[in-house]
Design a protein around this ligand. Sequence first.
Ligand code: CA
Length: 406
Amino acid sequence: MKVVNAAVVFSLAAVAALGQVNVGEQKPEASVPFNMTTVASFKLPWRLAFLPDGRMLITEKTGPVWLVSQKGDKIPVGNAPPVYFSGQSGMHGIFLSPNYAKDHSVYLTYAEPGDYGGGLALAKATLNATATSATLEKLEVIWRQMPKGKGGQEGAQIAFSPDGQYLFLSVGDRQRMTPAQDPDQPEGKILRLTLDGKPAPGNPNFGKTGAATIPLIDPPSDTEAAKNAKVVSTYTFPGQNLTPAETWASGVRTPYGLAFSPTGELWEVEHGPAGGDELNLIEKGKNYGWPLVSYGQNYNGVPIPKPDARPDLTKPVIYWVPVIAPGNLMFYKGTKTFPQWNGNGFVSGLATKTLNRVVFDGKGGAKMAERWDVGHRIRDVEQGPDGSLWMLEDADPGALIHVTPK
Ligand SMILES: [Ca+2]
């Protein structure tokens, strides 16, 4: 046993010394060690969240929210907000508040319709669910990305701090790239908010106010068009602009996965451009480099400086070239059904149609385990109350898939 421990310590030290690990070339396992059963289908489903009674809330990118039994029976959830559905934009996540048992509060993230396109909105509501009906009551937008505008990649994932006091929200770069490095704009950031959507005490810029006016650009996609972006108008915040006070970390691109590990580390997965998907350990005040550096390159082939060029920016712990296109990140907790995975992370792959297991060392390190070919573009994977896994397929129709031991 002592020999094994020494080997583990040596290999972690070696990884730290050698730097970042590319796992993009990893081959799938020859077979999958679980059964997959489709129990229902949805139109471009995005996220699922389990209620304490074992039913789940499921969002569709086109806007609707459903209350779904484990057999696949669906009840429409009333009073879902209007969404801007276009390309990558639309309804995104639904998440139970840490206080759900007390007050039935839930959070939704989605692209809210507005000038020139949409903007990421974070709303809080009270779920009134019975055996036969479900409604969102007292729905209120508690944070919104301003100005709105063109571009997909809202990010839109929530992770609650382990103490249940704070809400971390991932905001994508909206395909505008440069705002990810602008401290006065929320795009390309990880925000840390109170449960009511306000800047959280302890944030790097807590108590400071930012620029009152910021540009609304006619945004580029991830191409050289960035150089030709035009300012089409400016947006002046009413009263104080507190965007900088909400920022916890910056320089992220397409942060679809954000989750706390069982040891209390905050991890994020994001899409790179052409190449360069990343798994990042998110820490206070750090800059994760987009769009200054990437292991990928622009879609038009224009190179991006590699992270080694900028030691002042925080590198991913693991990256993928070629990409898997991560749909989300979740941590498996508990010893029911798949006890061998207790504490492990799972990253879904859209482009690769895979489920990827990641082993974390609790000290800021992570290592890839298996890549399983599951035959579907997986947008979400979550753990059910009995320890089985549930996956959502990014398709129309897209399957709700129950994953159980063989
Ligand atoms: Ca990065």
